[in-house]
Design a protein around this ligand. Sequence first.
Ligand SMILES: Nc1ncnc2c1ncn2[C@@H]1O[C@H](COP(=O)(O)OP(=O)(O)OP(=O)(O)O)[C@@H](O)[C@H]1O
Ligand SMILES: [Mg+2]
Length: 356
Amino acid sequence: MSTTPTTVGLEPAAPAVELDDVTVRLPRAGGDLQILHGVSFKVPAGSVVALAGESGSGKSTAALSLMRLLPWGARVGGRIMAGDRDVAAMGKEELRRFRASEARIILQDPWSSLHPMKSVGAQMVESARSADPSLSKEQARSLAVEMMAKVRIPDPESRLKAYPHEMSGGQLQRVLIAMALVAKPKLLLCDEPTTALDVSTQAQILDLLRELNREMGLTIVIATHDLDVIAGLADRLVVMYAGRVVEEGPTKQVMANPQHPYTWALLQTAPKHNTGQRMRTIEGRPPALDALPSGCSFAARCQFTTDECHGTRPELVLVDESAVHRTACLRVQAAAGGKHRAPVTTTPVETVSEEA
Ligand SMILES: Nc1ncnc2c1ncn2[C@@H]1O[C@H](COP(=O)(O)OP(=O)(O)OP(=O)(O)O)[C@@H](O)[C@H]1O
Ligand SMILES: [Mg+2]
């Protein structure tokens, strides 16, 4: 791993979307609950970026914030950039258009994402026309047939007449992907898209996402606790812990050479692929969000902790500039003799989300 300063590849491609020092606070009696703390990462156009971490680490909040899909009353600080526009600052109509056409979302439970009383075809036509109101019903329908075929639903013409309850979970997840594709989005956000599906269906959905990324250049952000999903799909990996990014870099590099003790522990707990081995867990628990320690949030569970780790919060610094591999660990920084570069920080702007 290189620690020599170089500028080659520091900006690999124009980011499709980017979180820049994003904080999210939820209003609560007795004081706000902060669930994201200065989260920053870039999603290069045409790439797949995975957000990993234990339950409650903030994966979904970070992913959904890219579409400003946050709990009602959430206060957002920092910038959420889609190209040169700040999603956090968008007005209602601009945000509606952004969500209808440019960025679409696939959630864990396909049943809850579809209207139970409307045919799949009617919902796909609505999806296509909300993204492009100039489409006639016929044009929207033929686009729906095309995208149903693209996600490999057999006999798409007749399946469009089906209602959600007439389809399996795997088929519904395909329908949702097709429903997103009719809007011709640039960005697909997936929050645990395969968790509710059986193993063979999971693999098919992952193949499909990979194909959409490679063939259509779709940029994908996927929040998942499943490291197998990440290894097979993601170009870059963002590891989150207690509402912060603790490591970020190219998936292969982070998996082969994790820099943060938390990433290392996560990789140790992953079940060996296809062995049916039960997943071990990392000893201890993440800190409560309303009682975060003043130093490193992982210090209480880390086997490499020194006194300094308890007293000083580590910044996310580059450990490999050419690969944009960053980590937030004082021990790693000390081992490198302080050569790692701290990132440039920005002044956060705060907005209030009106969405439920
Ligand atoms: N509406 C809410 N009200 C209160 N707390 C919330 C709300 N939404 C999220 N949180 C808290 O914010 C933290 C981050 O939640 P988030 O859903 O982003 O985590 P996650 O990494 O996606 O977890 P999981 O793997 O369980 O999906 C959690 O502690 C969660 O309890
Ligand atoms: Mg989640």
